[in-house]
Design a protein around this ligand. Sequence first.
Ligand code: M6R
Length: 608
Amino acid sequence: MCGIVGIVGKEPVAERLVDALRRLEYRGYDSAGVATIHDGTMERRRAEGKLFNLEKVLDGEPLPGTIGIAHTRWATHGVPNVTNAHPHFVEGVAVVHNGIIENFSELKEELIAEGAVFESQTDTEVVAHLLAKYTREGLDHQAAMLAMLNRVHGAYALVVMFADDAGTIMAARSGPPLAVGHGKGEMFLGSDAIALSPFTNEITYLVDGDCAVLTAKGAKIMDFSGRPVTRKSQISQAATFLVDKGNHRHFMEKEIYEQPEIISHALSHYVDFAENVVKQPDAAIDFGSVSGLAISACGTAYLSGLVGKYWFERYARLPVEIDVASEFRYREIPLSKSQAALFISQSGETADTLASLRYCKDEGLKIGAIVNVKESTIARESDAIFPILAGPEIGVASTKAFTCQLAVLAALSIAAGRARGTITAEGERAMVKHLVEMPRIMSRVLNEVQPQIEALSREIARFKDVLYLGRGTSFPLAMEGALKLKEISYIHAEGYAAGELKHGPIALIDENMPVIVIAPHDRFFEKTVSNMQEVAARGGKIIFITDERGAAASKLETMATIVLPNVDEIISPMIFALPIQLLAYHTAVFMGTDVDQPRNLAKSVTVE
Ligand code: M6R
């Protein structure tokens, strides 16, 4: 949440800071701001809402200066307005912040008692006041920074500038990520390497407890007591990713249609196409000898993990403990060193997932990261990295990352089954052949179902509530369908295990509640059809997402039946994910919501 940038350079920085913010807007878009120093004067421009509002302000009132910091906000403390927008200024100190200062209330009280006057409702402003106070008390800037860092608690990435020093930017990390970029005669700071990719690909990632002092000549990194520390720089691959919509209306649409190609690329990392076997995954986790798996993640990544649980248990006979990371991290789950733990995250920066990872690490488990961003904190803190290779996902609603996570989990569960002797060589070849065929089937499905789903979305848009049902791996998919629909169209939707229908949700069924049933013709088909009958008997409107065999077998009247090709169970979650993504997308487009940047959300959730 929140994107931050800083540049200490030789050319004017305002436009470059805004360019970098554009690449960070996925982290929040409640407000944006930029500050620079020019001729000894520090000035800022801020605007509520998306970045283009700030650009308009800057067009009217440009900011000169070759040093500056900038911010795009996802509001935590204080409503999204100009006063709460960063950078926060106090007596010649400018601060931008990503995260939460947990002890801000007590610090604020203390500062007010000493005469400080607060402008905003943010937690961040205490940082600026503390820095101003320590400077007033005679500390130099670095000492003031270290003194401030020793007073604040919580999760934060901070970038700071002082009006009387137009050659230095300071930064600190305790939780959310922060990358230092090395240029030629200029230095950069950003929440991620992609933000800095137009300027440099030489990146040093700060670790928790690092404080950095940047001048145009380089970076000095120390711990919070001022002891120098050494962090290696690396060449980031971020610049190789092209971030544009191509011919698509939205990033989400582009990302949905990219899936066949991207999944094929991802699979090539895990599957030997010539032999139809899975490749040996990262050896740091020995799936053959572990006693069980713990899986933790948030949102869509959690739902892919839930599908993974079905696969690991069925194909590799490996028991899986899984929970959303915000619960997992506090449950004090009894874990054993003989288990391995997998953390799934597109961004690799989700705060709760990272905290769950650290909990498992402390318990002595081997850690595996299923991540999209290979340079992320979760990846860096893991023993084994299983990249999903989806490329940058810009739409806030996760689509291609979800199916790539599923593809990786499918390959890993087959590899685990082979290592544990629960899958025969013949079984492995058959399953891998299905995986190999998957991209072609995905292309076909995307082309074939699109017109029907676009038309159906106009019907769905009329309703206030939608229920999704599924069994087996279609149950997590039902929850994913509901999550996708609610987050971008704002229609209330719930995903239920079809068998749970009569334990409560059936009371909701009437003609105003469409029920979307995901039911490939698998082991559970008959049972799911019985549940559909229960819905039909109560006047519920059914949207049936099934395959050719399922459509032929069911005689029920539906509001719509979406027929997909018959596919094997191992690939059905990836194939059935496509219509639910398209349905959410077209409904949102029809309703005119902000598809790529839905209200109140951010792509990377770096606070708990
Ligand atoms: O970056 P992560 O995969 O860790 O993010 C987890 C969730 O925040 C994310 O999947 C979220 O639920 C998406 N908006 C869903 O589309």
